[in-house]
Design a protein around this ligand. Sequence first.
Ligand code: UDP
Length: 497
Amino acid sequence: ATPITKPHAAMFCSPGMGHLVPFFELAKRFVTQLDFQVTIFVLSITDASTIRSHQFLHSASNLFNIVSLPPVDISGLVDTPFIGTKIAMMMHQSLPALRSAISEMTSTSTSSDLPPVTALIVDIFGIEALAIAEEFRIPKYVFDISSAWYLATMLYAPTLDVKVLDEHANKKLPIKIPGCTTLHFEDTHDVFEDPNSPARSRFLCRGKEASTADGFLVNTWEDLEPKTLKALRDTKLLGSIIRGPVYPVGPMAIPVGPTPPPQPVSRRSHVLDWLDLQPTESVIYVSFGSGGTLSAKQTIELAYGLELSQQRFVWLVRAPVENDASGSYLTVGNDDRAGNIISDYLPDGFLSRTYNVGLVVPTWAPQTEILGHPSIGGFLSHCGWNSSIESIVNGVPMVAWPFYADHKLTAAMLTEEFGVAIRLKVSSSSNGVVGREEVKMMVRRIMVDEEGHSIRSRVKELKHSARKALSEGGTSYCSLSQVAKDCQIRLQAYSDL
Ligand code: UDP
């Protein structure tokens, strides 16, 4: 008898931890909950954060198959400040390699060890790969590693008259997106800030192409974004733009399935040891994601602000980079610039004055473990979606300090929609630098003031709703089961064509 092969999901993931973390978690759920085989295609890039991410991926390589696509070089192709554009170009360059790998897996005549691909799941920057699935008649899905609001914006923007987008940029007029809080210019995605930027056209193209997917998996959950999810399903609203259903399957911030064995005591991060010694909910964690960097002046102001707040802190600090808030994202060797010279870019005497209350960690920290530690009481964050939901699922209130890409959009959601954060103000007279007094005030508001306490209670409610959504029978759990069924039905329909 022919052996029964499992369904096989191929995932095409962008580089950078912000994408790999949720894809990794999604892959685990396909294996443990749906009993799929999974192959994750990743790009071979030799920057520091991606090397770290590859180590991270390989730590679970017994659960799924990881294929590194050959290295790509985009240096001669694109000169853009937009990190999203750079990533999309890299993904574009990798398409031929992805195509031949899928072709090989799909062909019955090759000796591939893997069963044929039954679904292709692509990242928001790998939308062009949907055409490969189309060619091989494989069901095709987009996994939006960000919010439903981000997905709504990406899908809706290409349907708008270009005049509306121009007026948004030129006259700062707001845009109404069904099911979402009004998009004010101050909160807009950075690709919409300049009407002439090629990044905007590329974003719109991606949105248009994305709408052809057979379905959308979203790193959110029903109770977090009910209005937006409803609008995405409503055929009189956003549902009319898309072909397939929307599946909220998140948050991908609570690991499921087999847990890694406990770290030997000698390998446990010293940050966690330090946190063990601090009182409950007394420490603010300060970090700007896998790529965020500050200017030299901003680094100094943040340091003084933390010191003046008189609160305990863990600060993930990186060497300053001028005029590029994403300076550490996909940047070769950035790790090496930090390390031993921290005191060179911090105020004189800062490390010794804050020795008893603060811990400065260079370059990288075990963020999810830190946020899950009982001593953490607040998070000063750049509002990357992963960081935001990692904070929520650990019941940690935030100070939102958005930087680039969709961070301002997320900051608006965290403060206005979810009520889990307060937002730091960048004064227009300060050249974009947030002063020490503002930092001090915001840290104290979240850590000490009554306001911080009520925000903390709100985050804790959402924390429970996230755990409920993921538990057996919960909304995200059931949504993922639906994806498996959808995939089988579509596969059958494609093969009947
Ligand atoms: N991260 C981490 N340690 C760090 C910095 C980041 O573990 O020092 C992880 C973080 O937990 C999150 C991801 O990297 O899962 C960053 O994703 P996010 O969407 O927050 O921001 P991005 O890096 O994409 O801007």
